[in-house]
Ligand binder design. Structure first.
Ligand code: NAD
Length: 272
C-alpha cells in the first residue's frame, strides 16, 4: 500500500519579505514543499523571478518587487497575493541587513547615526510596515506572522550595537503584536543563528556590497565554534526552516503565540 504524506502547510498562502536569497528563499522553498503557495517580496525583481523559475512548482510561487520601507509597495504586494491566491495566511517579515559587527568605537558619530537610521528603517520599521500591510488579511484567514529574529535578539557578539539593538527591537514586536493581534492572529519568531547567506551591510557605511559569507566575523559565530554547544550545526539556511514550518502551521502550533524558537545551536545553554 502506498501512502502520500500531506505537507504541514497544504492550502496555506504565505508572503515572505527578503525571499530572494538566504533564509527567506530557503523558507519559501520549504513552504512550497509543504504544500503552500508563496509570494516572495524583495528589492531585486530579476533575482526574485529567478528563484520562482528555479522552484519546484512556479505555478504556486510569485515574485513581487519592492522595498520594505515602502508602505504602499507592501500594501500593493498584499493585494496582489490575495488577488492571485485568494487569501493570505502567513507573513514572514525577514528582509534585513547586518552591521558587520561595527562597534561603537570604530564608527564616527555620523556613521553611527546614518547606519542606525538605515538599519532600523529596514530591520525594524520594515517588519512593522509588513505586518501593518497584512493584518486585515491575516485576521480574515486566522493566520500568523513568523518573524526572522537572531541570536543577536538575546545575546551579544552577533553584531555590533546597532544590529543587536534592532534585533532586540524586533523581539519586542513579537511580544507586542502577539498581544495586539490576538485572538485571531498568532505572532511568533525564529531566532536563527549564523548562516552562510548573502546578508549585506548598510550603504551608509559602505557595506552594501559585502556579504556575511565573506566576513571574518562570521567565522567567529559559525562553524566549529566551542561557544556554540551544537557547534557541528549546519550554517546552511535550509537547515533552519523547520521552525518556520511549525510556527506557520495552525494544526501544529494553533495555541502558540508570542513565542520565539532559538534555532542557534544552543547559545543560551552556555549562558552567552
Ligand atoms: P540575505 O541577504 O540572503 O537575505 C536578505 C534579503 O532581504 C535579501 O534578498 C535582500 O535583497 C533583502 N532586502 C534587504 N533589504 C531590503 C529592503 N529594504 N527591502 C526589501 N528587501 C530587502 O541574508 P539572510 O541572512 O538570509 O537575512 C535574512 C534575515 O536573517 C535578516 O533579518 C537577518 O538579520 C537574519 N539573520 C541572519 C543571520 C546570518 O548569519 N545570515 C543570522 C541571524 C539572523
Amino acid at each position: 500500500m502506498s501512502t502520500t504524506a500531506a505537507g504541514w502547510l497544504e492550502g496555506n498562502v504565505a508572503l515572505i519579505t527578503g525571499g530572494g536569497s538566504g533564509i527567506g528563499r530557503a523558507v519559501a522553498e520549504r513552504y512550497l514543499a509543504e504544500g503552500a503557495s508563496v509570494a516572495i517580496f524583495g528589492r531585486d525583481a530579476q533575482k526574485l523571478q529567478a528563484v520562482v523559475d528555479a522552484s519546484a512548482d512556479p505555478s504556486r510561487m510569485m515574485a513581487i518587487a519592492g522595498d520594505v520601507r515602502d508602505a504602499d509597495a507592501l500594501a500593493a504586494a498584499v493585494a496582489e497575493v490575495v488577488s492571485r491566491f485568494g487569501k493570505l495566511d502567513t507573513v514572514v517579515p525577514n528582509a534585513g541587513i547586518w552591521d558587520f559587527n561595527r562597534s561603537l568605537t570604530r564608527l564616527s558619530a555620523q556613521e553611527l547615526g546614518d547606519s542606525f537610521d538605515e538599519l532600523f528603517e529596514i530591520n525594524v520599521k520594515g517588519y512593522l510596515l509588513t505586518v501593518q500591510a497584512a493584518w486585515k488579511e491575516l485576521v480574515a484567514a486566522n493566520g500568523s506572522v513568523v518573524m526572522t529574529l537572531s541570536n543577536a535578539s538575546f545575546h551579544p557578539a552577533g553584531g555590533g550595537p546597532v544590529y543587536t539593538a534592532a534585533k532586540f527591537a524586533a523581539r519586542g514586536l513579537v511580544t507586542q503584536l502577539a498581544y495586539e493581534l490576538a485572538p485571531k492572529v498568532r505572532v511568533n519568531g525564529v531566532a536563527v543563528g549564523g548562516m552562510d547567506t548573502d546578508l549585506r551591510g548598510p550603504g551608509s557605511t559602505g557595506l552594501e556590497d559585502r556579504k556575511i559569507s565573506e566576513s571574518f566575523a562570521r567565522s567567529e559565530i559559525t562553524g566549529n565554534n566551542p561557544l556554540i554547544p551544537l557547534h557541528h550545526a549546519s550554517v546552511d539556511p535550509v537547515d533552519f526552516t523547520g521552525s518556520y514550518v511549525l510556527l506557520a502551521s495552525a494544526a501544529n502550533a494553533g495555541n502558540i503565540t508570542g513565542a520565539i524558537i532559538p534555532a542557534d545551536g544552543g547559545i543560551a545553554v552556555r549562558g552567552f
